[in-house]
Ligand binder design. Structure first.
Ligand code: NAD
Length: 291
């Protein structure tokens, strides 16, 4: 079994990007600038955004964090998005999800200029992805492709089973892997909460991607021997033995799946790291497009 070490890959990618930023600076080109909007004080969202800002600093990007109160109105948030759309200094920005219940997430996503949508959530980017046109790929699926590629794991002709069909992970992942061409050409089965006899599908997977948000949902008996297992889940489960009062766990029950798999991504230290790198790569791309 080989561990798909997201932390190690992220370190490599960071140094590659840092190099590019230094070259840009030497050539007098603009330093990429990522902005993030964080609404409220959801601890997981705060941790994700902190990580993103820290990664920007590490690669030499400029970053700006807009911390808005939980009570911000939809209109005020739309104004902020509009300001960032119109600010030439900012190459790309994200609005950290989830948003409070009184704000329509779709409305906010639609308001982001697709040229600055480095999370790849805007319908223009999702549509271009469908057609195989240049675009910002959704950060988590892009990160997973990067992980497969850097570990030389082929997808052509493989049966990939994706469990979970969210717009930000499962659905774009299934489309990317079934597209024609490099890093695609897989036969993809997309499973979800209405799938009957899930195990009969997961047992067929050469590559199994779990994105359900249910802690340790995929167990060893659901995995074909030798399968590649990608755990997207990041779940906080109560743990009184941990000083933080919780521990992070994936959607995969690591102890029972690890012995069956050929490759497996851990949580933490797996896909999450690559998601942040994909965001950084998209921001660099946004800056390069304006050169
Ligand atoms: P979501 O809640 O939007 O979607 C969950 C999906 O799981 C749904 O499509 C649902 O149909 C499916 N599902 C639920 N119960 C199921 C069942 N019993 N059998 C089969 N399918 C079932 O979740 P999401 O936003 O895609 O996130 C999934 C997980 O990935 C979460 O733990 C989230 O925190 C994590 N996540 C991680 C990253 C990262 O960078 N690693 C990025 C985004 C999300």
């Amino acid at each position: 079994m080989t561990l798909l070490d997201g932390k190690k890959l992220a370190t490599q990618i960071k140094s590659e990007i840092k190099e590019k930023v230094l070259t840009r600076a030497a050539e007098g080109k603009k330093i990429p600038h990522l902005a993030a909007i964080l609404v409220g004080e959801n601890p997981a969202s705060m941790a994700y955004v902190r990580n993103k800002v820290k990664s920007c600093e590490e690669v030499g990007f400029t970053s700006t964090l807009f911390k808005e109160p939980e009570t911000i109105s939809e209109n005020d948030l739309l104004h902020l998005v509009e300001n960032l759309n119109n600010n030439p200094e900012i190459d790309g920005f994200i609005v950290q999800l989830p948003l409070p219940g009184h704000i329509n997430e779709h409305l906010i996503t639609l308001a982001i200029n697709a040229e600055k949508d480095v999370d790849g959530f805007h319908p223009v980017n999702l549509g271009k992805m469908m057609l195989g046109l240049p675009c910002f790929l959704s950060a988590t699926p892009k990160g997973i492709l990067e992980m497969l590629s850097r570990y030389d794991i082929p997808t052509k002709g493989k049966h990939v089973v994706v469990v979970g069909r969210s717009h930000i992970v499962g659905t774009p992942m299934s489309i990317l892997l079934s597209r024609k061409g490099k890093q695609g050409d897989a036969t993809v089965t997309l499973c979800h909460s209405y799938t009957q006899d899930l195990k009969s599908f997961t047992l067929q997977a050469d590559i199994l991607i779990a994105a359900t948000g249910i802690p340790e949902f995929i167990t060893g008996d659901m995995v074909k021997p030798g399968a590649v297992v990608i755990d997207v889940g990041i779940n906080r489960v109560e743990d009184s033995s941990n000083p933080k009062g919780f521990r992070l766990t994936g959607d995969v029950h690591f102890p029972s799946v690890e012995p069956v798999s050929s490759y497996i991504s851990p949580v933490p230290g797996g896909v999450g790291q690559l998601t942040v790198m994909a965001l950084i790569q998209n921001t660099l791309l946004a800056a390069e497009r304006k050169d």
